[in-house]
Structures are given as C-alpha cells and as structure tokens.
Design a protein around this ligand. Structure first.
Ligand code: ZN
Length: 431
C-alpha cells in the first residue's frame, strides 16, 4: 500500500486568496503559488511564495488547488439515507417533516448507527475535519434514541472527525421556562460538542419560547444553533428576534442560525437592517442551497420561481461569518448530497451567482472556527495540523466543478483519495 511519510515540502500549491496574508504576491491577478513545509509531526512549518525547484521527495503540485480541511457545518445524519424506504414524497418542508416523523417511529439503534456511520465515512473521505449534525427532538421528556447513538459515534470518531451535535427541538417545547431548563440540562449533560437547538418557523413562532431557550442555554453554558426562518414568508421574525435577544441578554455563547431564507423574501431595507443587527450580535449564518432550492417555493406541477437562498453576498459584505453546508442527504427533505461541502458550494455558486468561488467563497466551507466561541483563528497557520485537501483535477477558474478528484491529508498523511503516480510516497514504518 502506498502511504505517505509526511513530505518535507509540498511545492507549487495554489491556495485561495482568503487563506494568504495581505501582502502575498500576485501574478496576472492570481495569487502566486505556494510552498508548504511540514514538520515530521504533520504540522505546518511554513507557507511561502513558491520559488524553489522541487527536490527529491517533494510533492510538486504544479498549481493544483489546495484547501484546508473542510467543515460540514449543518447536516442531519440521524435522518440521512432513509429515502429508499419512504415511498412517494409530497413537496415542501412541512410535508417532509411529516414523512420523517412517521419513519422515525421505526428507528432502532442499529439502523441509526449504520446510516450515520456511512455519513461520517463519506464526509471524512471528502476531506471534512469538523461535522455538525442536528438531531430531531420532538418530545419534552424523552431523549431521542439517535442522540445517544450520535454521542457514541462522536467518541468513536474522535481523532478523525470532530462531530458536534445539536438538539433540533420543536420551539414549542421551550414554552415553559422550567421545561426549557430541563432540556438544556439534558443537552449539557450529554457531553462535549453538544449545542442547544430549535426549529424556529412562523408556524410555531413564540418570542417567549425563544427567550426561554437563550436563558436556559446561558445558564448551562451551551452554544445555540437554530433552524431559523426556513421559509419565504416575509413575516418570519426568528432571525431579527434572535439578534435583539442576544443584545438584550448579553448572551455569552456562540449562536448559529441556519437557512434564514425569509431574508430573501422581505423588503430589502428590512432584510439589510436585520443583517446589520446580525453583524453586531454577532451570529454565524449557514446557507443550505441544495435543500432550499428543493424545498422552498415547492408545489406539485409548478415550476419554482424563487431560489430560497439567504442573502449570502450581503452577509459577507458585512463581515458576517457565513458557512455553506449540505443539510439533508437522501431523506424526505433532499435526495441529493454526499456530505461533501464543496458539492454544496457548487450548488450555492450557481444559485447565488457567486464570483470567485475558489479565491473568495471557499472560505465558507473551511472556517470551522466560525462555529466556535473563538471565531478568529483561520486555518493553515504555522503550527496548525497539516489537514489539507488537494484537488488533483480542478483549476481555480472552474472550481468547484470537476472537484471530486482529490487527495486528503490529515496531519500530513494521506487519509483518502488516490495519490497521482508522479508524487513520491514512502511506505510508512509503524513501530
Ligand atoms: Zn437542517
């Protein structure tokens, strides 16, 4: 088996503009290629403009694109891969919720474990280093079966993938303050990587319930991750209320709001004012272009007119941390997806007409720090682990199309993908 003993140097790598220091040299409006020196322990020793000719043992990438390890910021690995048994589906988000609720009645530990494990393997092979999954939670007093399975898997995958879990709880279960505290206590007690979450939608809207959620999260030291305004109803006010609550409560945790499709349906001035408040809060936004294209403005026999994607350009223009992610895969919500955030970004690049997907927007699938309480630690710094995704067939003009062929390095060693034959590899000696 060809395995890689950490190469002393990766030469002529094409890194995205956002990853490089401000004074990085440019050639023909493109960032100059980079040489990455790795330590024997698989950490990054240095990143410098490419000048040297490759030496024996180096990997000369000859301009191949390289990204830091990827983040899959919003998934549902409890529900993934249920599609083959769901029969004919009705269109739209609320119909999908109904279908999944019926299927969930038959879930067993073995079923959830098999499907969720497949998700993690797919993500790992794509180059993902951090995966956050939501877990459906519909009853106040019963912890879902999948929650325990996901916790076990997070422990089993530690060292390969950081797996974070969000309790996706129907908002009405926070209506009573004591119930909200009990839920937060249960989530906090389930260990590292657990966040308090809720489904916040105009059909279940309650500002009081949302307040109870944040008060409980604060009390138990939890970060919050909401499914928020996943609809094209301009009346939806989950995001605006969240931003106002954070300010009022001086909330200390990290807050993430996924979807926020309603911004795209609201009067522009109102939507931009909400984004200004989101920037101040601050809140990390997550766009899920694939599922929103499929589920928003969806009716049988009618071509959708609206795209459902949130205001990604306006958010980034305000410096709002924004990630793009996969969401559902092969379940009642979405038949597509492969736990490859680059694939989700490819959909987003078309749906939202994104310029410079590699140099500017690849940041939205790499900034795992935007999910944390220390959101200003970009990857690929000296001394960071050499977790890299090398795209062996794509170029910066067409990326993220033709991007499936890749070599994944974890701590400088090949973890997935086929190494091109002209890159030298060494059989690794294991003690
Ligand atoms: Zn979701």
């Amino acid at each position: 088996m060809r395995t890689l003993l950490s190469p002393p140097r990766i030469t002529a790598a094409r890194l995205p503009r956002w990853c490089l220091r401000a004074d990085w040299p440019m050639h023909a409006a493109q960032p100059a290629l980079a040489d990455l020196r790795l330590t024997p322990q698989g950490r990054i020793a240095s990143i410098t403009p490419s000048v040297a000719s490759p030496a024996a043992g180096d990997w000369n990438l000859n301009g191949a694109l390289v990204l830091p390890g990827l983040v899959e910021a919003h998934t549902h690995i409890d529900k993934a891969f249920t599609l083959p048994r769901l029969g004919v589906l009705k269109p739209g988000l609320l119909a999908a919720i109904e279908t999944m609720n019926a299927d969930r009645a038959g879930w067993t530990t073995a079923d959830v474990r098999e499907r969720a494990s497949r998700c993690l393997q797919w993500a790992f092979d794509a180059g993902v280093v951090t995966l956050r999954t939501h877990c459906d939670w519909w009853e106040p007093d019963v912890t879902p079966l999948a929650w325990a399975v996901l916790r076990e898997l997070a422990e089993e995958w530690a060292g390969r993938l950081v797996v974070e879990r969000v309790s996706l709880i129907a908002l009405h279960l926070f209506a009573d303050r004591d119930d909200a505290r009990a839920l937060a206590r249960t989530v906090a007690a389930s260990g590292k990587g657990a966040c308090l979450g809720a489904f916040v939608h105009s059909t279940n809207w309650s500002a009081a319930s949302l307040r109870h959620l944040f008060e409980a999260a604060e009390e138990f030291g939890l970060d919050v991750d909401l499914h928020c305004d996943e609809e094209l109803n301009p009346q939806a006010e989950g995001l605006a209320t969240t931003a106002a609550l954070l300010r009022e409560l001086a909330f200390g945790g990290r807050v993430v709001c996924g979807h926020t499709c309603a911004l795209a349906a609201q009067p522009e001035a109102q939507a931009l004012a909400t984004l200004d408040a989101v920037a101040d809060a601050p809140i990390t936004l997550i766009a899920l272009p694939t599922t929103n294209l499929l589920l928003q403005d969806a009716q049988t026999g009618r071509t959708p007119r609206q795209r459902g994607i949130t205001l990604v350009k306006e958010a980034r223009a305000r410096g709002i941390p924004l990630l793009i992610s996969t969401d559902n895969v092969q379940d009642a919500f979405c038949r597509a997806g492969s736990f490859d955030p680059v694939e989700a970004l490819a959909v987003g690049a078309l749906a939202a007409q994104l310029d410079q997907p590699f140099d500017a927007w690849s940041e939205t699938v790499c900034r795992g720090d935007w999910l944390t309480r220390q959101p200003n630690t970009p990857p690929l710094q000296p001394d960071a682990a050499a977790d890299l995704v090398i795209f062996t067939a794509a170029d910066a003009h067409g990326w993220p199309t033709h991007a499936h062929s890749r070599v994944v390095l974890r701590a400088g060693r090949v973890a997935a993908g086929s190494v091109p034959s002209h890159w030298p590899t060494t059989a690794e000696v294991t003690p």
